[in-house]
Design a protein around this ligand. Structure first.
Ligand code: HEM
Ligand code: HEM
Length: 232
């Protein structure tokens, strides 16, 4: 069966960076003592994740057809008919994001921004306690939706006998209606995206003082440690 290109390279690079950074930030938070030096990377990875989402939102305006946020299938009726279609085994194809992954994607991006923002506020001197609960809540909600998203990919794969997961690797889907395919991978933009994210991460590490556990970040000083007035 002929497959057509639907996801450009920046979207795919974003996807794997986004999932990788999220899992890293989440695992550090859940497994490492917050007094440990490794926790530093929780903060740095989290801030990089927030920056990555910012870039994706820009690509959501400037990108190719199915990278555009306006291409996301967000009509609640489509979401309901998607689930009904799954139950009935109807063969309906989406060249871009199906309704479930459209909602999941936006929700996960919103959780990433909320986590990064509350993490920033918690470490920038603003009372940590005020934002700690929202920080944990958005991170946990993020994880739940990410797990549902992966489960959804598995269900979709089995129900429609379509290896949809591969579309985030090679960018291609089968049964794409004429006019829905894209012509250009936008490899240059993908390189730029990776370059910007790596540069951002390196800059964070360079601005981090491992002695005082402080980070100089856009005009503020973020502190991991004494800001965190622990109850224990
Ligand atoms: C923590 C893990 C994951 C997170 C946070 C995540 C997040 C996302 C996000 C944000 C999007 C939207 C991408 C965009 O438009 O920029 C997306 C789409 C997608 N993801 Fe994931 N993802 C994860 C794991 C996976 C895995 C393991 C697979 C494959 C096995 C996968 C396959 C896909 C596919 C195929 C789409 C497009 C769905 C469609 O065409 O309807 N994801 N994911
Ligand atoms: C954006 C992705 C992020 C995710 C998914 C995330 C996730 C989490 C989670 C799950 C916890 C709670 C751990 C527990 O169960 O006790 C936590 C705690 C924390 N996070 Fe984040 N976080 C993110 C970003 C950030 C950022 C950007 C910062 C700082 C700039 C930050 C600073 C902190 C701090 C200070 C704590 C509290 C540590 C403690 O005293 O227990 N996080 N984070």
């Amino acid at each position: 069966m002929k497959k057509e290109l639907v996801y450009d390279l920046p979207t795919r690079v974003f996807h794997w960076l986004f999932s990788g950074l999220f899992i890293t930030a989440f695992l550090i938070a859940k497994t490492v003592d917050s007094e440990s030096l490794v926790y530093t990377y929780h903060m740095l990875v989290g801030l990089t994740l927030g920056f990555l989402v910012l870039l994706r939102l820009i690509w959501g305006v400037l990108g190719t057809k199915h990278a555009k946020l306006s291409d996301f299938s967000l009509n609640p009726r489509d979401l309901i008919s998607y689930f009904i279609g799954i139950l009935r085994g109807e063969k309906r194809k989406w060249a871009g994001h199906n309704p479930a992954s459209s909602w999941a994607a936006l929700f996960m991006m919103a959780c990433a921004v909320t986590s990064a923002l509350t993490g920033y506020l918690m470490t920038s001197g603003t009372a940590k306690e005020n934002f700690e609960d929202i920080h944990e809540l958005s991170a946990n909600a993020f994880m739940i939706v990410a797990l549902v998203h992966v489960a959804g990919i598995v269900v979709h794969t089995l129900r429609y006998r379509e290896l949809i997961g591969l579309s985030m690797v090679n960018g291609k889907k089968a049964d794409v209606s004429p006019g829905e395919e894209i012509r250009n991978q936008r490899g240059g933009v993908a390189l730029l995206l990776m370059g910007l994210v790596i540069a951002f991460g390196i800059q964070l590490v360079r601005n981090y003082d491992f002695q005082s556990r402080t980070l100089k970040f856009v005009g503020t000083v973020l502190t991991l440690g004494e800001n965190e007035a622990h109850d224990d």
